[in-house]
Every structure is written in structure tokens, then in C-alpha cells.
Design a protein around this ligand. Structure first.
Ligand SMILES: Nc1ncnc2c1ncn2[C@@H]1O[C@H](COP(=O)(O)OP(=O)(O)O)[C@@H](O)[C@H]1O
Ligand SMILES: [Mg+2]
Length: 263
């Protein structure tokens, strides 16, 4: 693993005092006759890590797609940085990381990362530099010229993360991004993500069905229940970081929450 710059900066300001970045209010969504979301309300504050947690079919991906401006809704409202979504213009501040890594096999690692920058007016050289810099921050500085098929699952996941981060997003939306990784690699990615989050101050809203993942990563957990998707409870996670799944407090909160997740 490459040597990486140590992060000395910490964010000590209480998150509850931070401004609201994303406000979802009484969100309703239908797919034909099927109601996917019923009156879902929650907010995400600047610099916060929030999990949307629930079993399959709770409407987690639907909610994330709505928050990303990728999907419409049938009732309620979405505000981003204090503006109604319809008036929000700075969608480039949002990055979206999908469940699959979606790397293009015919592009090198660096070219995959540069994808995120191709809509921006940057010179080739500036794009290369930005991509190489972010690859270094995710520990893949030596793999810029490699091809996706030459990488392990964890490394591919890092490339996908780098592709999201290269646009320097202020809001990172992630849909079960680590669900296909083995437990050890997933745990590494969790710590990596938190390290990068502290360094960048980015706000993160992520989807998971994995209770432990939600407890390890999130400041707050929006627990959803299915048919139709709705909020069951919003849980603050008061534990210090880093949180290891084996820490007694982390394990206990995980156990308690597992009892609440509706299958
Ligand atoms: N494009 C779609 N067309 C019709 N039904 C959909 C579509 N997307 C999702 N659904 C339905 O909406 C519900 C919520 O789906 P989804 O948001 O994918 O849940 P989750 O991500 O929590 O598994 C499910 O019942 C799903 O079948
Ligand atoms: Mg989903």
C-alpha cells in the first residue's frame, strides 16, 4: 500500500448545528399502482454521514435516485442546499456511486476516473493530474495505467470511489457500494471512506441493507420499512470513531437495530 498523507484536520463542530444540505419532506412515489414511498421525511446536514437502512424493496434506491435528481416523485418535496430541487442548478456538486462499479473495461484505471471530468472544461493535462491525484488518495497511485480486469474487487471499488471523488463533490450519494466485497475488504473500504470524508468534509448519504455497515459508518440512520416504503425510526449513532464491528458498543447497537429491521 502506498504511503498516504496523514489527515490532521478533524471536524469538531457539532453536526446538529450544521446547515441542512438535503431535506426530504413527505416524499411520495408510485410506480404505476405500486406505492414505493409513503410520506418519507428526513434531512442530511453538512458534513454528516447518513444511512438509509432497510430490507430489499423498502424504496432505498428510489429515495436515493430522487435525491440525485435522477427520478421524479408524486408528492412531497426535495430541497438541496436550501433550494427546491426544481430550482437547484449545481447538480455537479453531487456524485453518485452505484452498486456495481461500472468500470469500462476498455479504459485504463485513470481513464475511468477521468470519466467524471469529461463534462468539465478542463485541459487533458489537468484531467490527468486530477485523476492521478485522486487515485493516490485512494491508494492506487501505481495503478493508473492498469486495466480494470487486472484489479481485485477491492481495487475496482477504490477506482469507482475515485471516479466519484474526482469531481470534488460536496454531496456523495452511494447505493450499496460495497455490498459485493468480501467482509475484510469491505471493512477496509469503510475506514478509507471515513478518512476521505473527514479530509474533504463531504456530506454522504448512502443506502445499505447491512445493519453493521450502517452502524460503523453513519452519524444517523434512517430506518425504513417496506410496502410501502416509509420511515420507521431515525437513530443517532453516538459512538466514537473508528468503530470496529467487534467493539462491544458497536456490536450491541448493531444487535439492537437488527431486531428492528423489518424483513
Ligand atoms: N422502475 C421501477 N418500476 C416499477 N417498480 C419499481 C421500479 N423501481 C423500483 N420499483 C419497486 O419499488 C419498490 C422499491 O424499490 P427500490 O427502491 O429498488 O427498493 P430497495 O432499493 O430498498 O430494494 C419495490 O417494490 C420495487 O419493485
Ligand atoms: Mg436498492
Amino acid at each position: 500500500m502506498n504511503a498516504r498523507p496523514e489527515i490532521l484536520m478533524t471536524n469538531d463542530a457539532p453536526l446538529s448545528a450544521a446547515p441542512t444540505v438535503l431535506q426530504v419532506t413527505d416524499m411520495v412515489k408510485f410506480y404505476g399502482k405500486l406505492q414505493a414511498l409513503r410520506d418519507v421525511s428526513f434531512d442530511v446536514r453538512r458534513g454528516e454521514v447518513v444511512a438509509l437502512l432497510g430490507a430489499s424493496g423498502c424504496g432505498k434506491s428510489t429515495l436515493l435516485n430522487i435525491a440525485a435528481g435522477l427520478d421524479s416523485f408524486d408528492g412531497g418535496s426535495l430541497e438541496i442546499e436550501g433550494q427546491p430541487a426544481a430550482q437547484f442548478k449545481q447538480w455537479h456538486k453531487l456524485a453518485y456511486m452505484f452498486q456495481e462499479d461500472r468500470l469500462l473495461p476498455w479504459r485504463t484505471v485513470r481513464e475511468n476516473v477521468e470519466l467524471g471530468l469529461e463534462t468539465q472544461a478542463l485541459s487533458r493535462r489537468a484531467r490527468h493530474q486530477r485523476a492521478e491525484h485522486v487515485l493516490q488518495t485512494v491508494g492506487l497511485g501505481d495503478f493508473a495505467q492498469s486495466w480494470p480486469h487486472q484489479l481485485s474487487g477491492g481495487m475496482r471499488s477504490r477506482v469507482a470511489l475515485a471516479r466519484s471523488l474526482v469531481v470534488e463533490p460536496s454531496i456523495l450519494l452511494m447505493d450499496e457500494p460495497f455490498s459485493k466485497l468480501d467482509p475484510y475488504t469491505r471493512s477496509q473500504m469503510h475506514q478509507e471512506l471515513l478518512r476521505l470524508q473527514v479530509a474533504s468534509g463531504a456530506t454522504i448519504l448512502f443506502v445499505t441493507h447491512d445493519v453493521e455497515e450502517a452502524v460503523v459508518l453513519a452519524d444517523r440512520i434512517v430506518l425504513l420499512e417496506p410496502r410501502p416504503g416509509r420511515v420507521k425510526q431515525i437513530v443517532e449513532v453516538p459512538l466514537d470513531r473508528p468503530r470496529l464491528p467487534t467493539d462491544p458498543d458497536t456490536a450491541e447497537l448493531t444487535r439492537q437495530l437488527r431486531l428492528k429491521v423489518t424483513p
